[in-house]
Design a protein around this ligand. Structure first.
Ligand SMILES: CCCCCCCCCCCCC[C@H](O)CC(=O)SCCNC(=O)CCNC(=O)[C@H](O)C(C)(C)COP(=O)(O)OP(=O)(O)OC[C@H]1O[C@@H](n2cnc3c(N)ncnc32)[C@H](O)[C@@H]1OP(=O)(O)O
Length: 578
């Protein structure tokens, strides 16, 4: 799992070989330990380079080992042995160096990174902390504030930022291993006294207590109930206040509390689940690995309400040319302003230019004639959507994929309105569509594998977690939301306020409480669906019997709001007033 070779006469080259991401499994760790021993004992080897095969340095500890009986040499002594080596060790970082992968690189004396490489201590996203010395070495290398930022967020930094922060010593556009070997030759025989990060004093601001108090307060707020970010702050505090060896003990102690926590297990489950959904299949037997997607260069969005605006922004931010169509004059003018504002705010956050020129606006549906894919996002009304699909079927060029953002309506019925039902799939986004990562790709019995593969691939390009689901009322996401919403309404009937319910949910960890979320999405959509289901009947809005509909407890509170035109944020009033 780690190959040793001597190159350029005196450089020991250790290559991690554990596809797909060179994770530090027991065998990989054993391979590194053996290769390092060999390099250090070979008198012809004057310096060492560690790299990963297939363009990726290392994806960190093997997450699949967590929750099992971990065997093999532990990471911490392995990294200590590398740092303690009397021959210089250079990490050649291509692709990714994440989690334990970056910790391994921090144990090396020098780091050379390819300009396209990404680095990060990502453990917090898995409910953990960097427990192979990362919380102790990184603050010593780049200072407490920058280390806290990286460790508590798990964010990926580019090679350029890593160079600026002092995490890497050199960035190259050329072959990283060749450059690292040259680097290793140039430092052979030089003193390593100033290169062992664990021996550095931790650069500390004068008022450590005040700094950590402030950081802890901020992290508690943004962590929303997550325990790992808090443990990360505690571990970095140990780096700032304790000698290295005691800091390491604290790191291990804190890791032990996180390692078996329900939060860590859940986040790691999500990590694998988000990858598993990429391996979709359909009842016909069509599968992700046998279905070829088509490239999409130009897309259209029909209907620029709340959802259509977000979808247009998400497509433009992906670099696609977008035709945004809205036939109603007032909504058209408002949407143009809102979409530009959304793109400008997004660009400001990312320090990039807003992709304003990617979108052309039109009030005429004929403008979509030459696009590769259309996403219909008009109001949730079957008659209206039927008409749009009939029009699209005649206007669009041959082969254009026709997608609907419907949240509950029958995708197969919409397909039947077109000449080529095999080109029709659902692409169901969640509000706000340019932010939320979930995308349901809904296939009907006639959807072609290529249509599904194309929508799945487009979703991935848009940074979404795309999930292929069958065609049924509410698909999967809204079927899961329904009982959640129902119970929230029952709580109101039993005396709680929307604010109280939302407060409890947000304290638990949800980004938005259920009532705020409903106001953001628009209350009229669900109302329309309930009407379609025959649940919203006049005369049933009061009295105890009216609370049972179709044999189940029913709360009409949402319907009563909608009757008053309170549709949520877009009308200035919903569960809340805006
Ligand atoms: C009871 C007392 C206990 C005391 C404590 C015990 C301590 C135990 C020792 C702990 C030492 C700690 C060491 C360290 O600090 C901890 C870590 O390193 S945690 C891991 C951190 N790494 C990450 O967060 C990176 C995760 N991976 C990614 O971000 C991406 O996969 C990638 C590397 C950027 C590559 O992205 P892509 O090219 O898009 O590929 P995929 O994401 O689709 O992945 C492909 C394939 O690889 C699998 N995989 C990826 N990373 C790992 C991994 N680290 N371990 C195992 N498997 C990994 C991924 O699941 C995919 O496979 P598939 O699921 O599709 O089969």
């Amino acid at each position: 799992m780690a190959q040793f070779a001597r190159v350029s006469r005196s450089v020991g080259l250790i290559t991690l070989q554990n596809p797909p991401v060179n994770a530090l499994s027991a065998l990989a760790r054993q391979g590194i330990v053996d290769a390092v021993k060999r390099a250090l004992s070979d008198p012809k080897v004057k310096s060492v380079v560690i790299c990963g095969q297939n363009g990726i340095f290392c994806g960190g500890a093997d997450i699949k080992e967590f929750g099992t009986n971990i065997t093999g040499p532990p990471l911490v002594p392995m990294i200590h042995a590398i740092e303690a080596s009397n021959k210089p060790v250079v990490a050649a970082i291509e692709g990714s160096a994440f989690g334990g992968g970056l910790e391994l690189a921090l144990g090396c004396h020098y780091r050379v990174a390819h300009s396209k490489a990404k680095l990060g201590l990502t453990e917090v996203t898995l409910g953990l902390l960097p427990a192979a010395g990362g919380t102790q070495r990184l603050p010593r290398l780049i200072g407490v504030p920058a280390a806290l930022n990286l460790i508590t967020t798990g964010r990926h930094v580019t090679a350029a930022e890593a160079l600026q922060l002092g995490i890497v010593d050199q960035v190259t556009d050329h072959n990283t291993v060749d450059e690292a070997v040259k680097f290793a030759l140039s430092v052979a025989g030089k003193s390593l006294d100033a290169r062992r990060i664990s021996t550095y004093p931790c650069p500390c601001p004068s008022d450590v207590d005040a700094l950590f108090e402030e950081v802890m307060q901020k992290v508690r707020q943004s962590a929303r109930g997550a325990i790992a970010p808090i443990a990360c702050v505690q571990a970095v505090r140990a780096a700032a206040t304790l000698p290295y060896s005691q800091g390491m003990e604290r790191e291990q102690e804190l890791m032990a509390t996180l390692f078996t926590s329900g939060q860590a297990r859940a986040l790691q489950y999500c990590f694998f689940a988000q990858r598993a959904v990429g391996r979709w299949s359909m009842p016909s037997g069509a599968r992700w690995d046998t279905s070829k997607p088509r490239s999409i260069h130009k897309a259209a969005v029909i209907g620029l309400g709340t959802m259509g605006r977000g979808i247009a922004v998400a497509l433009a931010q992906t670099g696609l040319s977008v035709v945004a169509v809205e036939t109603q004059e007032k909504q058209f003018m408002e949407a143009k302003k809102m979409v530009s504002g959304m793109m400008e705010r997004g660009a400001k956050r990312h320090g990039t230019a807003p992709p304003l020129d990617k979108i052309t606006y039109s009030q005429n549906i004929q403008a979509v004639a030459d696009v590769d894919l259309v996403i219909e996002a008009v109001f949730e009304d079957m008659a209206l959507k039927e008409k749009v699909f009939q029009q699209l079927s005649t206007i669009c060029k041959q082969g254009t994929f026709l997608c609907t953002n419907t949240s509950a309506l029958d995708v197969d019925h919409l397909a039947s309105q077109t000449r080529n039902p095999e080109l029709v799939v659902g692409m169901h986004f969640f509000a706000p569509a340019h932010v939320m990562k979930l995308l349901e790709v809904v296939y009907g019995p006639r959807s072609s594998p290529q249509a599904v593969a194309t929508a799945m691939q487009l979703g991935k390009k848009m940074g979404k977690v795309s999930v292929a689901v069958g065609n049924c009322r509410g698909f999967v996401g809204n079927r899961m939301l329904k009982p959640y919403l129902e119970q929230a309404l029952f709580l109101l009937e039993e005396g709680a306020t929307p604010e109280l319910v939302d407060g409890a949910l947000e304290e638990f960890g949800f980004a938005l409480g259920v009532f705020k979320m409903s106001d953001l999405s628009g209350l009229d959509v669900g109302w329309k669906v309930r009407k379609g289901d025959g649940l919203v009947e006049p005369g049933l809005a009061s009295g105890p019997s009216a609370r049972i509909r179709q044999g189940r407890r029913y709360s009409p509170l949402g319907d009563l709001l909608c009757e008053q035109g309170r549709f949520g944020q877009k009308t200035g009033q919903g569960w809340y007033r805006y």
